[in-house]
Design a protein around this ligand. Structure first.
Ligand code: FAD
Length: 375
């Protein structure tokens, strides 16, 4: 059982207060926004229902250049130069132009929080919002700048949220058995999931084995357990969630949405950590510019909204591929994968893929770019 650090009982004192920036959600997206607000002198409050890093939300695989650029290498567990793709008719090895790494969730969140400097943190469950006030189970918090980094539920939206299985959501579940491995592997195999893929990511003595389904109606517990059994691994320590696979509005009624709440997870690959960091930086920079008096809240909302929406094209392309791949006959798919195994093609395609949210966006460690006011 995970150790529960979240405040309970008497520790859960009433929370009724004001702050300059309220960031709801203390995972990849929320902590990155807070990081960008360090040294502004503003009162920044981050709330989450769990303590920072307490509840892992993913398999924690990311392009290594992002860990380097963000100064997060201290969380790195294992690094892989190849992506191994299994289909029923082939095993293809993509020699990548950059490496992927697995990392420790708690350590990474801790490092991000340290970079955030002097923000305050409270454990509280967010229930909803009215204008500039957010209601939690411990009381109401008021702020002129509010960020929803709460994940796929988009809790602070006032619109009627479409719920699964009708929403554009995938579902993913994984187990975390102890074990060693050297390969960063995925399975595109209808025997496990009609539309989606399975994975095994080694992480320094632990394996993260899971199955993701692009079709939210398809349950993934049985295939996850079967994949783990096929790999000779225990079915223990489950972790799963819904994953949005389409961009949503990044702002609504004066609120900034970042990460899964804004649909920032990439379709096809379900890679959502890098993009949560990327859009978290973008959002944080706009907020910083407001706090430093360079632009109004409305200008920041407009600029951040447009920045997020400007990524519509790659997201749409990946969604098209996500819908196409499951329709390709398995033997043909095996042939296509072998055809694109050539280093030149892999470098080109993965290079473009990385550039959707490039690590260069982070900027030099000592200088965090200030948003330029162009409205
Ligand atoms: C099984 C699985 C494996 C995955 N593996 C990978 C991977 O290897 N690499 C990758 O790039 N992506 C992966 N993803 C996708 C990735 O996990 C998400 O895209 C990413 O976590 C989004 O980050 P986020 O900060 O927006 O949201 P989250 O990481 O989901 O964080 C949301 C935060 O909000 C808090 N919260 C939620 N509701 C409330 C509430 N009402 N009140 C208070 N707090 C609340 C949560 O406790 C959490 O801390 C995976 C997803 C799944 C389901």
């Amino acid at each position: 059982m995970p150790k529960r650090a979240t405040k309970r009982g008497d520790e859960r004192t009433p929370l009724d207060r004001d702050c300059d920036v309220l960031i709801c959600g203390a995972s990849f997206a929320g902590l990155t926004v807070a990081r960008e607000l360090a040294e502004t002198g503003a009162s920044v409050l981050v709330v989450d229902r769990y303590e920072v890093g307490e509840r892992q939300t993913s398999a924690c695989g990311i392009p290594t250049p992002w860990l380097e650029a963000m100064g997060l290498l201290g969380a790195l567990q294992q690094t892989f130069g190849e992506l191994v793709v299994h289909t029923p008719y082939s095993t293809v090895r993509f020699d990548l132009p950059f490496t992927f790494s697995t990392f420790d969730y708690r350590t990474l969140c801790g490092l991000l929080a340290e970079q955030g400097g002097a923000f305050e943190f409270e454990t509280a469950t967010v229930r909803g919002r009215s204008d500039h006030a957010v209601q939690t189970d411990r009381g109401e918090i008021r702020a002129p700048l509010i960020v929803d980094a709460l994940g796929w539920r988009r809790v602070l939206s006032s619109r009627a949220n479409i719920q699964p299985p009708d929403a554009l959501l995938s579902r993913g579940l994984e187990v975390h058995p102890f074990g060693q491995g050297e390969e960063f592997e995925i399975w595109i195999d209808r025997g496990y999931v009609p539309a989606g893929y399975g994975w095994s990511f080694p992480a320094d003595g632990e394996l993260r084995i899971g199955v993701g389904s692009f079709d939210p109606r398809f349950h993934v517990r049985e295939p996850t357990e079967r994949l783990a059994a096929d790999l000779g691994s225990e079915r223990v320590r489950y972790q799963g969630n819904w994953i949005p696979h389409a961009l949503r509005d990044a702002t609504e009624d004066g609120v900034f949405f970042v990460g899964d709440s804004a649909g920032h997870c990439l379709p096809l690959t379900a890679e959502g950590i890098r993009t949560a960091l990327y859009f978290g930086l973008a959002c944080g920079r706009e907020l910083r510019s407001v706090l430093e008096g360079h632009q109004s809240r409305e200008q920041a909302l407009a600029r951040y909204h447009d920045f997020s929406a400007s990524h519509d094209l790659p997201f749409r392309w990946l969604l098209r591929l996500q819908r196409l791949v499951p329709r390709v006959a398995p033997r043909l798919l095996a042939g296509v994968l072998r055809g694109i195994e050539a280093k030149r093609i892999v470098d080109w395609s993965f290079g473009h893929y990385l550039n959707i949210a490039p690590p260069s966006f982070v900027g030099p460690a000592s200088v965090r770019p200030v948003a330029v006011v162009a409205l």
